[in-house]
Design a protein around this ligand. Structure first.
Ligand code: SF4
Length: 372
């Protein structure tokens, strides 16, 4: 079972939900009416709740070359992998801010970020956090299982672009080059027992309508095949990062709003995630319309919340750490610049002003299961 044949066939036979999504993306469909339908459905299926989470970067080491990413292997950035104790220090800081749900993020570098290390991080954090999810390099089912056993409940993997030719152009070295291996990652995660599967596309790489249609088809496929897990979807737009990659395709704020609303109407039960890549204005505007999960007060570098690990900063050359002299106030390099710089408390307060109920944990014991 795989999404690959469905993707290869696009825009061939579409399910009713994907056809509806495609129709709603047309500019002739009135955006204001679409937005109020989306808002009604969000209320109906999710109430007024907005789940808050924080990304916690473990490492910015990476063996891949992804043209658009600050952590790309050839970027001469300051790198760092936190020790498990340092990860705990970062997580305790987030817990003190109110977070009960964290997403552990790492570049792909098996030498620095091994399965054993990831399992230990999850185990340690689960002692005081009810919800720990992962966004790390794709693994086999058998490598995911110990992470689920350690207590990880969610797995997030973005396809970046659903166009195999563009994907090949943008991913020129490292295991991430394999488009089809990545594409099946969500299903492998489901088979391993993750209770929440997050997918997404990075907007700014390819023409957005084609990416959106493929993303919607992927959501549709996973919701039907992996029905015991909850599915979430993200639509990150490119942000400035080391390497200075320039977006190749624009997605305007208006079209972005249409995308969020069309997803909500076509897939009323899907969780929609919005990160601090987006501005305060966009996040506040979309909060009631379709978005159900938000990161807040985010740092996108390891040690970004507490300064943990600063003494281990280095550059990495051919897989080896090369020590550097670090000046006062220098930290590990971030993956990308965030746009919404409000603290978590400020975001929560604004959500309350908007009539929403910020919820700090993302955990539901009723959702679970194993096997596609
Ligand atoms: S997108 Fe992920 S895999 Fe690619 S360079 Fe960045 S951290 Fe590495």
């Amino acid at each position: 079972m795989s999404f690959a044949p469905v993707l290869r066939d696009l825009p061939g036979r579409l399910s009713p939900a994907v056809r509806e999504f495609q129709r709603l993306m047309e500019p002739e469909v009135d955006l204001e009416k679409l937005a109020s339908r989306a808002q009604r459905l969000t209320r109906q299926y999710f109430g007024r709740t907005m789940r808050l989470f924080a990304p916690l970067y473990l490492s910015n080491e990476c063996v891949n070359i992804c043209q658009y990413c600050g952590f790309s292997r050839n970027n001469p950035i300051l790198r760092l992998t936190l020790t498990v104790d340092q990860v705990e220090a970062e997580a305790r800081h987030l817990a003190a801010e109110g977070f009960r749900s964290v997403l552990l993020v790492a570049g792909e570098h098996p030498k620095f970020v091994s399965g054993t290390y990831l399992a230990e991080c999850v185990r340690r954090l689960r002692r005081f956090l009810p919800s720990v999810a992962l966004e790390v390099g794709p693994l086999e089912v058998g490598d995911y299982e110990p992470l689920v056993a350690a207590g990880a409940e969610g797995l997030v993997v973005y396809q970046e672009t659903y166009d195999p030719a563009l994907y090949a152009e943008l991913h020129t070295a490292g295991p991430k080059k394999d488009f089809w291996w990545r594409l099946d990652c969500a299903e492998r995660a489901y088979r391993a027992g993750f209770r929440r599967i997050g997918i997404g596309a990075l907007f700014g790489l390819g023409p957005w309508r084609g990416e959106a249609l493929a993303l919607a088809a992927h959501v549709d496929y996973l919701m039907r095949r992996c029905w015991r897990a909850s599915v979430t979807v993200s639509m990150p737009r490119l942000r400035p990062a080391a390497g200075e990659f320039q977006p190749r395709a624009m997605l305007s704020d208006r079209d972005f709003t249409r995308l969020v609303c069309a997803l909500r109407v076509a897939f009323p039960q899907v969780g929609i995630v919005l990160s601090t890549r987006e501005s305060e204005r966009i996040r506040d505007g979309l909060a009631g319309l379709g978005v159900t999960m938000m990161s807040a007060g985010s740092a996108t570098e390891p040690g970004g919340y507490t300064g943990a690990g600063r003494d281990g900063l280095h550059r990495t050359e051919r897989g080896k750490a090369v020590p550097v002299i670090v000046s006062e106030g220098e930290f590990a390099t971030e993956q990308f610049e965030i746009s919404d710089e409000r603290s978590a408390a400020e975001v929560a307060e604004r959500l309350r002003q908007l009539g929403l109920d910020p919820v700090w944990k993302d955990w539901d014991a009723g959702l679970g299961g194993k096997g596609c």
